[in-house]
Write a protein of this length. Structure first.
Length: 290
């Protein structure tokens, strides 16, 4: 159910507030462009600067707009287990198809603490859970053995792996089994990730080039890696340019060039430097987006 190109959906703002009209239009655009699912209110959705009410509103509106046409994996992570329970229960209530739950950041729990955290969320509702392992942001790295223990729980079904270590896919196949859903959290290495046994990418670049990212993923899933490589070559400058500064700001700027949303981000993020804008413009031309 969860595979292919899954945009880590940005949250549009207008004069500091949620732009829900733009958000609903983005959902329609992604469905039309061939995205295989949506992931609202992750880090790319600027979850750290959304209030709890805004967080829940975005999830509600995306689920309503999608109308079951593509799956919605709701961001529901927190470094507080109690807060995570509240968010995942709301995601379940709205009708989301799964929750994306990041490893608890900053407080740096032990592997035993990670098992306790995810087990508590698992028991809090009947929603499928995808672990989000991103040690570069959360500091803690979930070991493959720990993930294997959690994979024994009925509703912990997969991982968004942003370790950047391609061997992790094979290691997690050993500990979690070949049916455990492994999704890349890094656009630039998504080709190799799928070659190792991954089945998709929760993608930042797919906010900007959803059709190309969907075609790229479909090629890998069909085993046509020569075709996938041609898409990778076309997308790689965009992957690089978007992350010259924080990826949210890069994606929003590129989307503003397409007339989709404002480039507005919330502090402490800032809009892009002119050199970064020029690099993104050139990458969009290279990918035939503008």
């Amino acid at each position: 159910m969860f595979k292919g190109s899954l945009p880590a959906l940005v949250t549009p703002f207008k004069n500091g507030a949620l732009d829900l009209d733009a958000l609903k239009k983005l959902v329609e655009w992604h469905i039309e462009q061939g995205s295989h699912g949506l992931v609202p209110v992750g880090t790319t959705g600027e979850s750290p600067t959304l209030s709890h009410d805004e967080h829940m509103t975005v999830i509600t509106e995306v689920v309503k707009a999608a109308k079951g046409r593509i799956p919605v994996i709701a961001g529901a992570g927190s470094n507080s287990t109690a807060e995570g329970v509240r968010l995942i229960q709301h995601a379940a209530k709205t009708g989301a198809d799964a929750a994306l739950v990041v490893t608890p950041y900053y407080n740096k729990p032990s592997q035993r603490g990670l098992i306790a955290h995810y087990t508590a969320l698992h028991e809090a509702c009947d929603l499928a859970i995808i672990i989000y392992n991103i040690p570069g942001r959360s500091v803690i790295d979930m070991a493959p053995e720990t993930m294997g223990e959690l994979a024994k729980l009925e509703r912990i079904v997969g991982v968004k792996d942003a370790t950047g270590k391609l061997e992790r896919v094979s290691m997690q196949r050993l500990t979690c089994g070949p049916d455990f859903i492994q999704l890349s959290g890094e656009d630039a290495t998504a080709l190799g990730f799928n070659a190792h046994g991954g089945v998709g990418c929760i993608s930042v670049t797919a906010n900007v080039a959803p059709r190309l990212c969907a075609l790229f993923q479909e090629a890998t899933l069909a085993g046509d890696y020569a075709k996938a490589l041609s898409y990778q070559d076309k997308l790689m400058p965009l992957h690089m340019a978007i992350f010259l500064e924080p990826g949210v700001a890069g994606a929003k700027y590129a989307m503003s060039k397409l007339g989709l949303i404002s480039p507005e981000v919330r502090l402490p993020l800032t809009e892009l430097l002119d050199d970064t804008k020029a690099a993104i413009d050139a990458a969009m031309v290279y990918a035939d987006l503008i």
